[in-house]
Design a protein around this ligand. Structure first.
Ligand code: DGL
Length: 247
Protein backbone atom coordinates (compact mmCIF):
# COMPACT_ATOMS: atom_id res chain seq x y z
CA UNK A 1 0.00 0.00 0.00
CA UNK A 2 1.23 3.44 -0.93
CA UNK A 3 2.15 5.84 1.83
CA UNK A 4 2.42 9.61 1.99
CA UNK A 5 5.24 11.52 3.66
CA UNK A 6 4.48 14.59 5.74
CA UNK A 7 7.40 16.80 6.72
CA UNK A 8 8.07 19.87 8.81
CA UNK A 9 11.04 21.49 10.50
CA UNK A 10 9.71 19.93 13.71
CA UNK A 11 6.45 19.03 15.38
CA UNK A 12 4.35 21.80 13.78
CA UNK A 13 3.24 19.73 10.80
CA UNK A 14 1.34 17.48 13.19
CA UNK A 15 -1.37 20.16 12.99
CA UNK A 16 -1.66 19.21 9.31
CA UNK A 17 -1.31 15.48 9.90
CA UNK A 18 -4.30 15.74 12.24
CA UNK A 19 -6.49 17.07 9.42
CA UNK A 20 -5.14 14.55 6.89
CA UNK A 21 -5.93 11.70 9.27
CA UNK A 22 -9.41 13.09 9.89
CA UNK A 23 -10.16 13.27 6.16
CA UNK A 24 -8.30 10.15 5.01
CA UNK A 25 -8.24 7.81 8.00
CA UNK A 26 -7.07 4.79 5.98
CA UNK A 27 -4.04 6.51 4.47
CA UNK A 28 -0.65 5.28 5.67
CA UNK A 29 1.59 8.17 6.69
CA UNK A 30 5.20 8.79 7.59
CA UNK A 31 5.70 12.00 9.55
CA UNK A 32 9.22 13.42 9.52
CA UNK A 33 10.17 16.10 12.04
CA UNK A 34 13.48 17.72 11.13
CA UNK A 35 14.01 18.59 14.78
CA UNK A 36 17.82 18.54 14.66
CA UNK A 37 17.67 21.43 12.15
CA UNK A 38 14.69 23.33 13.60
CA UNK A 39 13.78 26.19 13.32
CA UNK A 40 13.78 26.89 9.57
CA UNK A 41 12.15 30.32 9.95
CA UNK A 42 15.25 32.53 9.77
CA UNK A 43 17.35 30.23 7.55
CA UNK A 44 18.21 30.90 3.92
CA UNK A 45 16.09 29.42 1.14
CA UNK A 46 19.11 27.36 0.02
CA UNK A 47 19.54 25.82 3.44
CA UNK A 48 15.86 24.91 3.73
CA UNK A 49 15.74 23.57 0.16
CA UNK A 50 18.68 21.33 0.91
CA UNK A 51 16.96 19.92 3.99
CA UNK A 52 13.81 19.31 1.92
CA UNK A 53 15.83 17.41 -0.71
CA UNK A 54 17.31 15.15 1.95
CA UNK A 55 13.91 14.46 3.50
CA UNK A 56 12.31 13.85 0.09
CA UNK A 57 15.06 11.34 -0.73
CA UNK A 58 14.35 9.64 2.57
CA UNK A 59 10.60 9.49 1.84
CA UNK A 60 11.22 8.02 -1.61
CA UNK A 61 13.46 5.38 -0.06
CA UNK A 62 10.62 4.53 2.35
CA UNK A 63 8.16 4.08 -0.55
CA UNK A 64 6.19 7.34 -0.29
CA UNK A 65 4.21 8.27 -3.41
CA UNK A 66 3.43 11.87 -2.43
CA UNK A 67 4.80 14.47 -0.02
CA UNK A 68 3.03 17.07 2.07
CA UNK A 69 5.37 19.94 2.87
CA UNK A 70 3.55 20.76 6.11
CA UNK A 71 5.67 23.82 6.67
CA UNK A 72 4.97 27.27 5.26
CA UNK A 73 8.63 28.25 5.42
CA UNK A 74 9.77 25.16 3.50
CA UNK A 75 6.98 25.59 0.96
CA UNK A 76 8.02 29.19 0.34
CA UNK A 77 11.69 28.25 0.01
CA UNK A 78 11.61 24.95 -1.80
CA UNK A 79 8.38 23.69 -3.32
CA UNK A 80 9.03 24.89 -6.85
CA UNK A 81 12.49 23.32 -6.84
CA UNK A 82 11.12 20.06 -5.43
CA UNK A 83 8.42 19.90 -8.09
CA UNK A 84 11.05 20.42 -10.76
CA UNK A 85 13.51 17.89 -9.40
CA UNK A 86 11.27 15.01 -8.31
CA UNK A 87 8.67 13.01 -10.09
CA UNK A 88 6.13 12.80 -7.30
CA UNK A 89 3.40 15.19 -6.23
CA UNK A 90 4.06 17.78 -3.52
CA UNK A 91 1.31 19.52 -1.58
CA UNK A 92 2.41 22.68 0.19
CA UNK A 93 1.17 25.30 2.64
CA UNK A 94 0.31 28.93 2.10
CA UNK A 95 -1.02 31.52 4.56
CA UNK A 96 -4.81 31.58 4.10
CA UNK A 97 -5.04 35.27 3.19
CA UNK A 98 -7.95 34.83 0.77
CA UNK A 99 -10.60 33.44 3.19
CA UNK A 100 -9.50 35.97 5.81
CA UNK A 101 -9.70 38.87 3.33
CA UNK A 102 -13.16 37.75 2.19
CA UNK A 103 -14.42 37.32 5.74
CA UNK A 104 -13.16 40.43 7.52
CA UNK A 105 -15.63 43.03 8.78
CA UNK A 106 -13.08 45.55 9.99
CA UNK A 107 -11.13 45.47 6.72
CA UNK A 108 -7.97 44.49 8.61
CA UNK A 109 -6.43 41.04 8.74
CA UNK A 110 -3.38 39.87 10.64
CA UNK A 111 -0.87 37.36 9.32
CA UNK A 112 1.39 35.49 11.72
CA UNK A 113 4.24 33.63 10.05
CA UNK A 114 7.99 33.15 10.02
CA UNK A 115 10.36 35.66 8.38
CA UNK A 116 11.06 33.12 5.61
CA UNK A 117 7.37 32.80 4.74
CA UNK A 118 6.73 36.54 4.79
CA UNK A 119 9.50 37.23 2.29
CA UNK A 120 8.53 34.35 -0.03
CA UNK A 121 7.42 35.30 -3.54
CA UNK A 122 4.19 33.29 -3.27
CA UNK A 123 3.07 35.14 -0.18
CA UNK A 124 4.11 38.51 -1.62
CA UNK A 125 2.04 37.74 -4.71
CA UNK A 126 -1.04 36.81 -2.64
CA UNK A 127 -0.57 39.91 -0.53
CA UNK A 128 -0.44 41.99 -3.70
CA UNK A 129 -3.75 40.50 -4.85
CA UNK A 130 -5.66 41.31 -1.67
CA UNK A 131 -3.66 44.22 -0.28
CA UNK A 132 -5.73 46.83 -2.14
CA UNK A 133 -9.00 45.66 -0.61
CA UNK A 134 -7.92 44.96 2.96
CA UNK A 135 -5.18 46.11 5.24
CA UNK A 136 -2.75 43.29 5.98
CA UNK A 137 -0.74 43.52 9.18
CA UNK A 138 2.11 41.03 9.47
CA UNK A 139 4.00 39.78 12.44
CA UNK A 140 6.53 37.03 13.06
CA UNK A 141 5.41 34.85 15.96
CA UNK A 142 8.65 35.44 17.88
CA UNK A 143 9.43 32.51 20.13
CA UNK A 144 6.30 30.54 19.13
CA UNK A 145 8.19 27.71 17.38
CA UNK A 146 10.58 27.34 20.31
CA UNK A 147 7.66 27.06 22.75
CA UNK A 148 5.93 24.37 20.69
CA UNK A 149 9.17 22.47 20.09
CA UNK A 150 9.69 22.50 23.86
CA UNK A 151 6.19 21.10 24.36
CA UNK A 152 5.19 24.26 26.26
CA UNK A 153 1.67 25.09 25.08
CA UNK A 154 0.08 26.92 28.00
CA UNK A 155 0.83 28.90 31.13
CA UNK A 156 1.86 32.41 32.04
CA UNK A 157 5.13 32.45 30.12
CA UNK A 158 3.42 31.21 26.94
CA UNK A 159 0.75 33.91 27.29
CA UNK A 160 3.39 36.62 27.63
CA UNK A 161 5.24 35.44 24.50
CA UNK A 162 2.05 35.07 22.45
CA UNK A 163 0.63 38.42 23.59
CA UNK A 164 3.77 40.21 22.42
CA UNK A 165 3.17 39.17 18.80
CA UNK A 166 -0.60 39.31 18.56
CA UNK A 167 -1.14 42.57 20.44
CA UNK A 168 -0.05 44.71 17.45
CA UNK A 169 -2.54 42.85 15.24
CA UNK A 170 -5.37 43.43 17.69
CA UNK A 171 -4.36 47.07 18.17
CA UNK A 172 -4.61 47.49 14.38
CA UNK A 173 -8.24 46.17 14.59
CA UNK A 174 -7.60 42.87 12.83
CA UNK A 175 -10.65 40.60 13.17
CA UNK A 176 -9.03 37.67 11.35
CA UNK A 177 -5.64 36.21 12.26
CA UNK A 178 -4.12 33.92 9.66
CA UNK A 179 -1.83 31.22 11.04
CA UNK A 180 0.99 31.14 8.50
CA UNK A 181 3.13 28.61 10.33
CA UNK A 182 2.11 25.05 11.17
CA UNK A 183 3.49 25.29 14.69
CA UNK A 184 1.13 28.12 15.61
CA UNK A 185 -2.16 26.15 15.78
CA UNK A 186 -0.83 24.49 18.93
CA UNK A 187 -0.92 27.92 20.57
CA UNK A 188 -4.41 28.66 19.30
CA UNK A 189 -6.17 28.26 22.71
CA UNK A 190 -3.78 30.85 24.18
CA UNK A 191 -4.33 33.19 21.21
CA UNK A 192 -8.10 32.86 21.59
CA UNK A 193 -7.86 33.60 25.29
CA UNK A 194 -5.88 36.77 24.59
CA UNK A 195 -7.85 37.89 21.54
CA UNK A 196 -11.31 37.18 22.94
CA UNK A 197 -14.33 36.24 20.86
CA UNK A 198 -14.14 39.04 18.32
CA UNK A 199 -11.27 37.53 16.34
CA UNK A 200 -11.40 34.51 14.08
CA UNK A 201 -8.26 32.42 13.77
CA UNK A 202 -7.75 31.04 10.25
CA UNK A 203 -5.78 27.80 9.83
CA UNK A 204 -5.28 26.39 6.31
CA UNK A 205 -4.68 22.80 7.49
CA UNK A 206 -8.17 21.44 6.57
CA UNK A 207 -7.83 22.93 3.07
CA UNK A 208 -4.40 21.30 2.68
CA UNK A 209 -5.82 17.90 3.63
CA UNK A 210 -8.53 18.40 1.01
CA UNK A 211 -5.95 19.35 -1.59
CA UNK A 212 -3.97 16.18 -0.78
CA UNK A 213 -7.08 14.05 -1.29
CA UNK A 214 -7.68 15.71 -4.69
CA UNK A 215 -4.08 15.17 -5.77
CA UNK A 216 -4.17 11.50 -4.76
CA UNK A 217 -7.48 10.98 -6.54
CA UNK A 218 -6.19 12.65 -9.73
CA UNK A 219 -3.20 10.30 -9.72
CA UNK A 220 -5.34 7.26 -8.99
CA UNK A 221 -3.56 6.66 -5.69
CA UNK A 222 -5.71 4.69 -3.25
CA UNK A 223 -6.21 5.93 0.30
CA UNK A 224 -7.64 2.84 1.97
CA UNK A 225 -4.62 1.35 3.69
CA UNK A 226 -4.30 0.50 7.36
CA UNK A 227 -4.10 4.11 8.56
CA UNK A 228 -0.67 3.52 10.08
CA UNK A 229 1.23 6.63 11.19
CA UNK A 230 5.00 6.28 11.57
CA UNK A 231 6.79 9.06 13.42
CA UNK A 232 10.39 9.87 12.53
CA UNK A 233 12.73 12.63 13.61
CA UNK A 234 16.25 13.80 12.85
CA UNK A 235 16.58 14.73 16.53
CA UNK A 236 15.01 14.00 19.88
CA UNK A 237 11.48 12.65 19.42
CA UNK A 238 10.18 13.11 22.98
CA UNK A 239 8.01 16.15 22.21
CA UNK A 240 6.98 14.68 18.85
CA UNK A 241 5.49 11.67 20.63
CA UNK A 242 3.93 13.84 23.31
CA UNK A 243 2.20 16.20 20.86
CA UNK A 244 1.16 13.31 18.62
CA UNK A 245 -0.60 11.73 21.60
CA UNK A 246 -2.57 14.99 22.03
CA UNK A 247 -3.91 15.38 18.49
N1 DGL B 1 6.36 25.02 10.94
C1 DGL B 1 7.05 25.86 10.09
C2 DGL B 1 6.18 26.72 9.19
O1 DGL B 1 5.07 26.34 8.91
C3 DGL B 1 8.39 26.41 10.37
C4 DGL B 1 8.79 26.83 11.70
C5 DGL B 1 10.27 27.03 11.77
O2 DGL B 1 10.97 26.03 11.66
O3 DGL B 1 10.70 28.17 11.92
O4 DGL B 1 6.60 27.74 8.73
Amino acid sequence: MACVGIMDSGVGGLSVLKEVRRLLPGLDLIYYADSAYCPYGDRSAEYVTDRCRKITGHFIGRGCVAVVVACNTATAAAIETLRREYDLPFVGMEPAVKPAALGTSTGVIGVLATAGTLRGSKYLHTKGRFGDDVKIVEKVGRGFVELVEGGELSGEHVETVVRESIRPLLDASADRIVLGCTHYPFLRPVMEKIAGGSVEIVDPAPAVALQLSRVLEDRGIGTSGTGTVTLESSGDDTVLKKIYSMI
